[in-house]
Design a protein around this ligand. Structure first.
Ligand code: ADP
Length: 191
């Protein structure tokens, strides 16, 4: 099972990614989480990523692509993976295609979470209080949303043409959204 989870910042990708990946017994790979871990450990990768993240801009493709390639080469990703937050640019789509082709598999689905923009701002403001993310200030949140619309939203069309997009209403309770995802992927969630 090879899945990607898309949607604007604050759509709830991280929360859903973990549940869905657990169900399929595959790792949930979040580029945002990997970058944040590197930033907090002060690694060279973290140092490269931080200024972009703090400004709400995307980390350059060549940095992100190398990181994802290394991660999906790890043995736990042999049976598949769920990517949360990758690809976000057309160059990343091509890179991912190459990585998956190389393993002789294909991308099974692109799950797109849709949300009401007002709800997103409320969620992110709350998350800033709970988690203290440095990129959750109002100004940076707004920039992240713009970058998403400019650079990432067009990718949905690319995957739609391949017939693998599942658009899911991301509003409502976490469990409700999870149910919709499983329903779209045509599986029964294991309790
Ligand atoms: P968001 O809630 O904005 O979707 P993430 O936790 O997924 O946040 O990502 C946080 C930041 O990490 C992004 O704003 C960006 O700087 C960087 N990042 C994450 N994934 C990618 C990617 N695929 N390409 C480039 N930058 C990325």
């Amino acid at each position: 099972m090879r899945l990607i989870l898309m949607g604007p910042p604050g759509a709830g990708k991280g929360t859903q990614a973990k549940v869905v990946a657990d169900h399929f017994g595959i790792p949930a790979i979040s580029t945002g989480d990997i970058f944040r871990a590197n930033v907090s450990q002060g690694t060279p990768l973290g140092k490269k990523a931080q200024e972009y993240m703090d400004a709400g801009e995307y980390v350059p493709d060549e940095v992100t692509n190398l990181m994802v390639r290394a991660r999906i080469d790890e043995p736990d990703a042999d049976p598949g993976f769920l990517l949360d937050g990758y690809p976000r640019t057309l160059a990343q789509v091509e890179e991912l295609d190459g990585m998956i082709r190389h393993t002789g598999h294909e991308l099974d689905a692109a799950v797109v979470l849709t949300v009401d923009p007002d709800e997103i701002v409320a969620r992110l403001v709350q998350r800033a209080e709970v988690e203290g993310r440095t990129d959750d200030t109002e100004e940076v949140v707004r920039r992240r949303q713009e970058v998403y619309v400019e650079q990432t939203e067009p990718l949905i069309e690319v995957y739609r043409r391949r017939g693998i997009v599942h658009e899911i209403d991301g509003m409502g309770a976490v469990e409700e959204v999870t149910k919709r995802i499983f329903c779209a992927l045509d599986v029964v969630p294991q309790s």
